[in-house]
Structures are given as C-alpha cells and as structure tokens.
Ligand binder design. Structure first.
Ligand SMILES: Nc1ncnc2c1ncn2[C@@H]1O[C@H](COP(=O)(O)OS(=O)(=O)O)[C@@H](OP(=O)(O)O)[C@H]1O
Length: 295
C-alpha cells in the first residue's frame, strides 16, 4: 500500500500535485437495520467543511464512486445540541443503507468552525477519515455573503450591499461572521488537537472548480478507493460556468444555488481583505505544510 509522502514544509501549490495516503481504516459499526443485504453504518468519512467551500460538489463527485454511500442531507449531529443529545443510534439511523464493501460519508459544512465538534467526532471514531474542502478565504467570504443575500431575497427581505457590511468606518468589519469563518488556521488548530494530518485530507476547492478530476483522484487515493472516477464523469457546462456530472449516461449539474455570481468588490475593500487575510493564510500554510493559491 502507498504511504504518505507529505513532508513537514510548505511547497508551491499546483492543482495536480499527487498525494498518497494510508487505507481509510474504516470501522464497521453494528446496529443498522438490514434490508436486502444492505445496512446502515456510522460514517467512515465526514466532509467537515468549510461552509461555501464546495462541500456539495465534493460529496456529489465522490458519490460517482460505486464504493461510496452518501447521506443526502446535512445531519448536523455533532454541532447541534438537540441532535447530539439523541445519541449515536439516532445518528446511525440518518445514514444511507449500504453494502458492507461501501464507505459511508456525510457532509455538514458547519462542523469545521464548531469548537466542540472535533472532540465529539474523535470520541466516536479516532481513526475516521476527514475531508476538508477550502477555497480562497476572500472568495469564501463573498460566497457566504451571496448565500445570505439570497436567503433574505427569498423571504422578500432586503440585505445591505457587501461594502456596507464588510466595512465599518473605512476599516474591515471583522465582526462580520463570514470574515471570521474564513480565518482557517484557528479552527484547524482545534482539529489538530485531536486528529493528525494523516486523517484530514484538504481538498483545494478552487482547483475542484477549475479541474475536478485531479482533485477527486487525490481523494480516491486518500480514501484508498480503487481509481474509478474518470474524465468522462465531468463535462463543462458553459451556461452554468461550472463542471457538471455525467453518471451512467445521466447528466446533472449542481442546484442553481451553487455557482451564483458574487458581488463586484471595489479595490479599496479588496485591498483591505487581502491585507487582513495575508498573515492568517501564511499561518494556515505552516500548520498544514502546504500552500494554496490565496495570497
Ligand atoms: N461543479 C460545481 N458546480 C457548482 N458549484 C460548485 C462546483 N464546484 C464547486 N462549486 C462551488 O461550491 C460552492 C458552494 O459550496 P458548498 O456546497 O460547500 O456550500 S454550502 O456551505 O453547503 O452552502 C459554490 O459557491 P458559489 O460559487 O458562491 O455559489 C461553488 O463555487
């Protein structure tokens, strides 16, 4: 089996850099009801975030693999007290029915930034495989803003222009939640108290948008899955401006809420955002021993 070749230093980012990983170390957990040879399992893999990082695209693309069984909705088990109180049996019951050779995966993007979640997941399974998809923190802020903007619009409510929210007295308004969620390193530090980088694979969300196949091949390796995902599983949809999926002759793009245009940001605000994220990004690169195309 291939072993990890990750070294403890930063290296220039490319979208195609190869990376080998140990086996997924999947652990079967009893209790799921049986149905036609299928059973429910606690997840062997969790997509922990980040919100607006491309978590749905990652889950859908991973589901192209026949050895993957994915929970359709976001479970919010570890971050919502009322769900967590229901216990692991409840969590198990939210999982899809799958065959014994399949790996179960769920995605809840809010896990990454929820302080108590790493410990709770560790208590459930200390060798679980975690997938974290990150994108340029500034793009993530704008994507987050766009999401909230449309949530308001749907309810016929207005939402302030991006400049009004992100600037206060001509300085960056660091109280704005979306800015805080893009400060990846403190959250990552919390995860690394419980898991090593051997357990956490970071997917480059910007690369996944531009060229999904190489990113997905790295994910297959990390999970020790057979190489099944192929170039023919993707086609670029010019109208949407994103790659869509082709699965057994079935074509599908992500929901229209994925891939929306972001607001234009003036150069003053962009400069403020770039200054603000420069140091935190560097700290994040040091923490994870690799760089991303964000600076
Ligand atoms: N292939 C493909 N098609 C459409 N969208 C894609 C794709 N790959 C990645 N993305 C990006 O995914 C972003 C949404 O991220 P999430 O799914 O994590 O959002 S959420 O937190 O679950 O709401 C979404 O963010 P926005 O561009 O701001 O809409 C997309 O940029």
């Amino acid at each position: 089996r291939p072993t990890s070749n990750r070294e403890n230093h930063t290296s220039p980012v490319t979208c195609n850099e190869g990376e080998s990983k140990e086996a997924a170390g999947a652990k079967n957990i009893e209790n799921g009801a049986h149905l036609n040879g299928t059973q429910q399992y606690l997840p062997h893999i969790i997509i922990i975030g980040v919100r607006k990082g491309g978590t749905r695209a990652l889950l859908e693309m991973l589901s192209l693999h026949s050895d993957i069984a994915a929970a359709e909705s976001e479970i919010h088990f570890f971050d919502w007290e009322n769900q967590y109180k229901r216990g692991l049996k409840w969590y198990l019951n939210q999982m899809p029915f799958s065959y014994p050779h399949q790996l179960t995966v769920e995605k809840t993007p809010a896990y990454f930034t929820s302080p108590g979640v790493p410990e709770r997941i560790y208590q459930m399974n200390s060798t679980i495989k975690l997938l974290l998809i990150l994108r340029d923190p500034i793009e993530r802020v704008l994507s987050d803003y766009t999401q909230v903007f449309y949530n308001h619009k749907q309810k016929n409510k207005s939402y302030p222009p991006v400049e009004d929210l992100l600037l206060k007295h001509r300085e960056l308004n660091t109280d704005y939640k979306a800015i805080n969620r893009s400060l990846y390193y403190p959250y990552m530090e919390n995860w690394l108290k419980y898991f090593t980088l051997e357990n956490i694979h970071i997917v480059d969300g910007d690369c996944l948008i531009r060229d999904p196949l190489p990113e997905m091949q790295k994910v297959e390796k990390f999970l020790n899955l057979s190489p099944q995902i192929k170039a023919s599983n993707f086609y670029f949809n010019k109208t949407k401006g994103f790659y869509c999926l082709r699965d057994g002759g079935r074509d599908r793009c992500l929901h229209e809420s994925k891939g929306r245009a972001h607001p234009q940001v003036n150069s003053f605000l962009m400069g403020k955002l770039q200054d603000y994220f420069y140091e935190p990004n560097k700290r994040f690169f040091e923490l994870v021993g690799r760089t991303f195309d964000w600076l």
